[in-house]
Design a protein around this ligand. Structure first.
Ligand code: DSN
Length: 421
């Protein structure tokens, strides 16, 4: 039984994986929080490291037989610290949510106040939204964007912070196309005596490659996922100043999690190493150049970009002038082989299920080695689909969608992924 391949052991699951490989190969993955992990990262994820319990931390485990896991986790920790220049790293959080939960657990008591960006303005569910544990366990308040610029207004955030005197300020977003100035956030936090945390899940690779200002010198804790721009395995990490090291470690284990996923920690170590390799910085720069080219192309087709462009890996497109919802646009684009997600735009009159916007991003297509010329083609196709993808009776225009899909597949074939699979 142990020696059978997945094809021999389970043709149903193997079949679905095969179909998914086909989908990933033949479509443009433009959800900005997704990426293609390397074969080396996936080799660690799919390795015998999955077979072991290793509760505790390196050289302080609750299980026997951990000698290799101690070395592995210490390697991942050392690589994370070196990559981000952090005093301390915890590489065990299974998800960004767990990392954030542990950060709050380390810094706050239940009922303490925090100030973060609201979800409708581009923040994240785990930054205090009322439907999330964070909003239920803590006293959460929100800053938004400047109504004139749709960008962070640090003076307004300072005024709000002075009024609220929160114990924690969170900097970080999941749908914000501009630079986040962590130094300004630190000034605000210092002025009101708050702790500062940054959640850099989206921009982690950009930060590691010095293509985005670095939060580490300014923050008490920095959390991130590892699978977005960083291109590692699906998982997370938390970095902190030395003074928080013990509290953070205790918060992750035994506070929030029990057994660590050692195969994923192995894959994180691989990813941290890849992020130090020659080529990673250029990859991150190209992500940004591609996003900016896509922005220019879409603007040529009269698309309204929130903030008028992008400094990072994603665009937020307000579709109001195109008379189409984010949901319908994303579904039409998917039918044409371009996979983006619908997204709320600032002050969106529609619900999160419909939305007035989409949030395309370039990390995964840049991993395929696509560049500015391809971004122009993709921008043209997006315009064709959104401008002409519906018939006058509201049904999908199969001719337009089919024609674009054929061109998308041709492009994907020219930029293959996982060729040896
Ligand atoms: N789901 C992630 C994103 O797409 O931004 C954030 O958790």
């Amino acid at each position: 039984m142990m020696e059978r391949s997945i094809l021999e052991a389970d043709h149903e699951v193997a079949g679905i994986i095969g179909d998914e490989l086909d989908r990933q190969q033949k479509t443009l993955m433009m959800i900005p929080s997704e990426n293609y992990a390397s074969r080396a990262v996936m080799a660690a994820c799919g390795s015998i490291l999955t077979n072991k319990y290793a509760e505790g931390y390196p050289y302080k485990r609750y299980y026997n037989g951990c000698e290799n896991y101690d070395k592995l986790e210490q390697l991942a920790i050392d690589r994370a610290k070196a990559l981000f220049g952090a005093d301390h790293a915890n590489v065990q959080p299974h998800t960004g949510t767990a990392a954030n939960m542990a950060a709050y657990w380390a810094l706050l008591e239940p009922g303490d106040s925090m100030l973060a960006m609201s979800v409708p303005q581009g923040g994240h569910l785990t930054h205090g939204d009322k439907v999330n544990f964070s909003g239920q366990r803590y006293d959460c308040h929100f800053y938004g964007l400047d109504p004139d610029t749709d960008q962070l207004n640090y003076d307004a955030i300072l005024d709000q912070a002075k009024e609220l005197r929160p114990k924690l300020i969170i900097a970080g977003a999941s749908a914000y196309p501009r630079i986040i100035d962590f130094m300004k956030f630190k000034e605000i936090a210092d002025e009101v005596g708050a702790y500062l945390m940054a959640d850099i899940a989206h921009i982690c690779g950009l930060v590691a490659a010095e293509c985005h200002p670095d939060p580490v010198p300014y923050c008490d804790v920095v959390t991130s996922t590892t699978h977005k721009t960083l291109r590692g395995p699906r998982g997370a990490l938390a970095l902190c100043k030395e003074k928080w090291a013990k509290a953070l470690d205790r918060a992750v284990f035994p506070g929030v999690q029990a057994g660590p996923l050692m195969h994923i920690i192995g894959a994180k170590a691989v990813a941290f190493n890849e992020a130090q390799e020659f080529g990673f910085r250029e990859y991150q720069r190209q992500i940004i150049r591609n996003a900016q080219q896509l922005a220019r192309t879409l603007q040529r087709h009269d698309f309204d970009l929130v903030t008028g462009g992008t400094d990072n890996h994603l665009l937020l497109v307000r579709l109001t002038n195109k008379n189409i919802t984010g949901k319908v646009a994303a579904d039409l684009l998917e039918a044409a082989g371009i996979v983006v997600n619908k997204n709320l735009v600032p002050n969106d009159p529609l619900s999160a299920k419909e939305t007035s916007g989409i949030r395309p991003g370039t990390p995964a297509i840049t991993s395929r080695k696509m560049k500015e010329a391809e971004m122009e083609m993709i921008g043209d196709w997006m315009a064709r689909v959104i401008d002409n993808g519906l018939n006058s009776d509201g049904s999908p225009n199969e001719d337009v969608l089919g024609a674009v899909r054929a061109e998308v597949e041709e492009l994907c074939e020219a930029f293959p992924i996982y060729q040896s699979f």
